[in-house]
Structure formats: C-alpha cells, structure tokens
Ligand binder design. Structure first.
Ligand code: FAD
Length: 292
C-alpha cells in the first residue's frame, strides 16, 4: 500500500522502524526480529539503509519479506551521499523490480573521510537530488523525506533549514518523517513554522523510546536532541537498573505519543529498532487509542 493513500484515510497511524544487519552473519537474527515486529501488524514498517555500507541489499530483502509474508506496508530507505550516480540508479532499478512502492529518500550522514572535503564534484550533495532522480526513474514511487524539528546539525539556522526543506518537498516528497525529539513543544513550534512556509504534506512524528542509559549519549550525538529535565531525571534515577529504565523509557515514549495524538498529530513512527518487545509494549499501551 502506498503511504500517501494511507495518510489520506485520516486515521491515526502507528509505525515501527527496523534496520538491516551490519554483517551477513547477523541476517537471520535480524530477520527474526523484524518478523516479530511485523506480526504486530503496525500501520507500516520502515527499513533503514546503511549509507555506503556493504549490507545495503538487505534493506530490500527485509522490506519484501515483511510486505509479502506479513502484509505490512513497508518504506524502504535509500541514501545517496557516498554513492555514485551509477550505484544509485542501479539501486532504484532494484526497487522498481521488487515492486517497492514507498521510498524514504535520504542524503545519508557524511563518512568521516568526506567531511570538510570539496563537495562540488560529488554526484549527490543533498536528498533533493535523490528525490529528483527517483521522480525521473519512470516508477511512481511514494517518496518520503526527513525533517528536523531541532534543525539539521549542519544548518546555520532554522529559516535556511526550512527553505531547503520546502525545496525538498517541492521536488516530490509526499510526506516527511521527523528526527527523534523528546519535547513535544519543539514539534508543535516546528509544525507551525513549516506550515507557514507553505509545506503542507503530512508529517510523521519520530519517537525514540530510550530503553537503556547507554542509548542516551548516542541519541544526543546522532540527533542533537534537547533532553528535558523530566527525561534527565528519569535516566538519573533508573539508568543503572536495566528493567526499570526500560519500563520508564517506554512510559515516557507512550506519554509523548498520547500527547501528540491528543493535539492532532495523527502519524507516529517509533524508532523501536529491532526490539519487538518494545514495539509490542508501546502498541499495547495505545490499543484503545489507535483502535477507537
Ligand atoms: P538533506 O535533506 O540533504 O539535508 C542535509 C543538510 O543539507 C541540511 O542541513 C539541509 O538544510 C541542507 N541542504 C539541503 N538542501 C540544500 C541545498 N540545496 N543547498 C545547501 N544546503 C542544503 N541515515 C542513513 O544512513 N540511513 C537511513 O536509513 C536513515 N534514515 C533516516 C530517517 C529519518 C526519519 C531521519 C530524520 C534521518 C535518517 N538518516 C538515515 C540520517 C540522515 O541521513 C542524516 O540526518 C543526514 O545528515 C541528512 O539527511 P537528509 O536526507 O535529511 O539530508
């Protein structure tokens, strides 16, 4: 199912993200985890893409498996920044051949060795270029793009970030998914600003349940997200106790999601990654809300 059709139905959606294995040997374990998430029958599942990584073919394999064997719509991620035009075009042909309908078009993070180098001769510098490539491919993909309520870390300011976001949407995005955030007010402010800038596509709110204390530092480094005092207190208090931290992290994420639904944000994407137990718990915490 195309996600633009799903979003038009005006129902609440709850979706989960999974990621492919980093090594070939981990494939079976990862498949097992993604199938367990698929058995929850979320609104859709997204499968990330290891930028420039050697296991990128598994994104497609996992997405097809989920869709064909579990009937869950999938969103296959694709990145471009460390790839050549030939590699990206070949990947697009594979997506077409596999009948993938939904593609999350991303730039990808710059590998360390590429940071600070002259970008003028790169085949792709921004996700917008990948979106144009997908549009010109002859397939009618439903394309999503990433957005950043707290500004992309490389952007000098929010006005410029939103200007380029508008360009990205105009290139052919049917929806946007946000980077994780831990304070809903940041999303509400962001939505106000992008709507004012003329961006009207659905925005899917990305929520990361922090289920162990080690994730906190990684999450901040990755996203630059602001951690509210309420959240810090919870990590301080329960961070040393894995079971308690997991319970508190899931409760915090659930609370965020309920507030979002209550305030008219209808589409929530949970970065529960390859943890079916976390996805299951969040889904069951919301059972009466999403099936109302
Ligand atoms: P872009 O939209 O290209 O934006 C990157 C920066 O360039 C921004 O600062 C933007 O303002 C600026 N910019 C855009 N256009 C222009 C222009 N024309 N001129 C000058 N500046 C411009 N990474 C992965 O490797 N694999 C994944 O599967 C993956 N999934 C993700 C899913 C979501 C929902 C999110 C939020 C991120 C994901 N990422 C993934 C991480 C993502 O690749 C990084 O955040 C990356 O740094 C930016 O990607 P982007 O597509 O947002 O880039």
């Amino acid at each position: 199912m195309r996600l633009d059709t799903l979003f038009q139905q005006n129902k609440l959606t709850l979706s989960f993200e999974v990621f492919p294995p980093k090594t070939d040997t981990a494939l079976e374990k990862v498949k097992h985890a993604t199938e367990a998430v698929a058995r929850l029958h979320p609104s859709f599942m997204s499968v990330t893409y290891g930028a420039g990584g050697g296991t990128s073919q598994y994104t497609l394999e996992i997405a097809r498996n989920i869709e064909e064997n579990y009937g869950v719509p999938t969103l296959a991620h694709l990145t471009c920044v460390s790839s050549t035009r030939e590699t990206v075009r070949a990947q697009i042909e594979l997506l077409k051949a596999a009948g993938i309908e939904n593609v999350m078009a991303l730039r990808g993070d710059l590998p360390e060795e590429m940071k600070g180098s002259d970008r003028s001769h790169w085949d792709y510098r921004h996700a917008t270029q990948l979106i144009r490539e997908l549009k010109e491919s002859g397939a009618d993909f439903c394309i999503g793009g990433a957005c950043y309520p707290e500004i992309h870390p490389e952007s000098p300011n929010q006005a410029e970030d939103i200007r380029f976001l508008k360009e990205k949407v105009d290139a052919g995005c049917s929806f946007l998914t946000t980077q994780m955030f831990f304070d809903n007010n940041l999303l509400y402010n962001f939505l106000y600003k992008i709507r004012e800038a003329g961006i009207s596509v659905p925005v899917v709110a990305g929520i990361m349940p922090i289920t162990n204390a080690n994730q906190v530092e990684r999450a901040i480094k990755l996203s630059g997200s602001f951690m509210p005092q309420r959240f810090k207190a919870l990590v301080d208090k329960f961070g040393h106790n894995p079971e308690a931290m997991k319970q508190a992290g899931i409760a915090y994420a659930t609370d965020q999601i309920i507030d979002l639904y209550a305030n008219g944000v209808n589409h929530i994407h949970v970065y529960s990654m390859n943890k079916p137990d976390v996805a299951e718990k969040i889904q069951s915490n919301l059972s009466a809300i999403i099936h109302r």
